[in-house]
Ligand binder design. Structure first.
Ligand SMILES: Cc1cc2nc3c(=O)[nH]c(=O)nc-3n(C[C@H](O)[C@H](O)[C@H](O)COP(=O)(O)OP(=O)(O)OC[C@H]3O[C@@H](n4cnc5c(N)ncnc54)[C@H](O)[C@@H]3O)c2cc1C
Length: 538
């Protein structure tokens, strides 16, 4: 029976590949066959409401678009899945893996949909494909006496913060500043946030996991062994299995913290202050995280346009202590008592995420991003301060774009103390800060080529000022310009082009783990970790 349905699906899928006109007619049959397989292989019944095909265009499009963060990958030309399945139980996830493998259907896993290049819901190198959307598996259990929490993959960062704060004013968790990220994908790539200088990354504070492997088996930390557990905490999503849930070690935060934002334009001495920030911010008290958000003063390319550098900060302490530190170490920024806002940790989360002042924390339960754009982003790590001359050249290119955007995040503190090989995330000691470059636009394909070309030009310019051999990049800021796996089979050489930038020499250990746990490369995408050689039959 299984063989017959497999044959039927292969034929249907073949038709789908060779002829786009067969797409619509093939879909109902795929739906029935795959759905039957899910139901047969899951110990919990599978409701039809968890299952979407292009047959029902409006429901299908609505669920596909629901968390997709980069509008560039929702354009009509972007490849679409043949099925989206939103599991309601762990057994459903197991069945999805078993059936995808049985029918040779490529699987993409999505939790929060924030992948910069959308590999969680768009496949550029394989068709047809299925999206396993984890958004309905989003339970969070917080255990304050033990200082831990379990969060299912589909929960957002904001929901986790909210549930912790609901139970305690003095506990938190150090992951993303953005509150709509899915913890399933976010933590697999590292997960930095405004407490990283004090506590490290989200991935550094995970103590257990539940994951479905390529055979459909559920593994926890003990069952999977330390090597795979290591790989999951920073090795990037979509390479080793489907994360069901993470067990988080909560951290202690003060009852009140201090936040501020101070903005300096070029006319107010922004260049010199930013030059000083590069030397000071990575060496400040671990409790102090001052990032720099860099924008243009207007979207019009006029002569009086300027660059605005906003110092946006969290201090895990009181304003008086903060003012003392800043007065001594960074007086050039000119922080005053009036700039400082003393608040609870959960309100600081809203502040840093960019919500208006009066927003109630309940907004975090909506799990929605503040905005969505067409965008392209890239990243760099800096190990030596960029000289003033370099900054002046940067501003020239910067002001050629309508809505240029950069965020500079300071490292040091706990980030520098955690050894480079402790997790796959290697950007530790010696890193002064990370740069994220973003080009955004709103008019779809109309101006896309111009923005893509601008960000690549900016990246080329910055090459002389950032890390080299390799030029490091952050895996959670996925950038397909760095290279892509070719259809189906990944070669180590191809993958090294991005693997060494994301993971440095940890890349080789990731490949070893992959070879052991998923030798036939079932979990794969444009930048997944390749096994040493792909077994036949995949
Ligand atoms: C607006 C915005 C703000 C951001 N802010 C931050 C920040 O403050 N700090 C930071 O570190 N990063 C940040 N990021 C980057 C973010 O961490 C990554 O995009 C991350 O991969 C998002 O996870 P996700 O589950 O939302 O994305 P998805 O698109 O769902 O998944 C991302 C990757 O993980 C895989 N994956 C997803 N779920 C699972 C699962 N359950 N099991 C296995 N693999 C899975 C996917 O296949 C894909 O490869 C930001 C991104 C955006 C768009």
């Amino acid at each position: 029976m299984a063989f017959r349905s497999s044959l039927l699906l292969s034929q249907i899928l073949f038709l789908f590949v060779v002829s786009s006109s067969s797409w619509t007619s093939a879909t109902p049959a795929i739906q029935q066959t795959f759905f039957r397989c899910l139901s047969t292989n899951s110990k919990n019944s599978v409701p039809l409401s968890a299952y979407y095909t292009p047959n029902n265009v409006s429901a299908f499009t609505s669920v596909l678009n629901s968390t997709a963060n980069n509008l560039r990958y929702l354009l009509p030309t972007a490849p679409k899945p043949v099925i989206i399945f939103t599991p309601l139980t762990e057994a459903h996830v197991q069945a999805a893996v078993i059936c995808s493998r049985r029918f040779g259907l490529a699987l993409r896993v999505r939790s929060g949909g924030h992948d910069y290049e959308a590999v969680s819901y768009v496949s550029q190198n394989e068709s047809p494909f299925l999206v396993l959307d984890m958004s309905r598996l989003r339970a969070i259990q917080v255990d304050i006496p033990r200082g831990t929490a379990w969060a299912q993959a589909g929960a957002t960062t904001g929901e986790v913060y909210y549930r912790i704060a609901q139970k305690s004013k003095v506990h938190g968790f150090p992951m993303g500043l953005c509150t709509s990220l899915g913890v399933g994908g976010h933590i697999t790539g590292g997960a930095y946030g405004s407490m990283m200088r004090m506590f490290g990354l989200g991935a550094d504070n995970v103590i257990d996991v539940r994951m479905v492997d390529s055979k459909g088996k559920i593994l926890d930390r003990k069952a999977m062994g330390e090597d795979l557990f290591w790989a999951l905490r920073g090795g990037g999503g979509g390479s080793f299995g489907v994360i069901l849930a993470w067990k988080l070690k909560l951290v202690n935060v003060p009852q009140t913290v201090t936040v501020f934002t101070v903005t300096k334009t070029l006319e107010q001495g922004a260049t010199k202050i930013l030059y000083k920030w590069q030397k000071v911010a990575p060496k400040l008290d671990d409790r102090l995280f001052i990032r720099v958000i860099i924008q243009a003063s207007s979207a019009e390319l006029t002569a009086n346009r300027t660059v605005m550098t906003s110092y946006n900060a969290l201090f895990l302490g009181d304003p008086d202590t903060l003012l003392r530190i800043m007065g001594k170490r960074f007086p050039e920024m000119g922080l005053t008592r009036a700039d400082c806002v003393q608040t609870s940790w959960i309100d600081s989360v809203l502040y840093i995420a960019g919500y208006p002042n009066t927003t109630a924390p309940e907004v975090l339960l909506q799990g929605k991003p503040l905005f969505r754009n067409y965008f392209k982003a890239k990243s760099d790590f800096v190990r030596t301060p960029i000289p003033v001359k370099g900054l002046l050249g940067l501003w020239k290119i910067y002001l050629q774009e309508e809505v240029p955007f950069m965020i500079w995040n300071p490292y040091g503190g706990a980030m520098a103390r955690i050894p480079e090989s402790a997790s796959p995330f290697p950007h530790r000691c010696g890193t002064l800060f990370k740069i994220q470059y973003v080009a955004t636009w709103q008019d779809g394909t109309k101006s896309m080529a111009r923005h893509m070309s601008w960000i690549r030009k900016l990246y080329d310019y910055m090459g002389s000022y950032v890390s080299t051999n390799p030029r490091e990049a952050y895996v959670n800021y996925r950038d397909l310009d760095l290279g892509m796996n070719k259809k189906g089979v990944n070669s180590l050489t191809e993958a090294s082009s991005w693997g060494l930038r994301y993971f440095k020499s940890n890349f080789y250990r990731l490949v070893q783990v992959k070879t052991r746990v998923d030798p036939d490369n079932f979990f794969r995408h444009e930048q997944s970790i390749p096994p040493l050689s792909v077994k036949k039959g995949n």
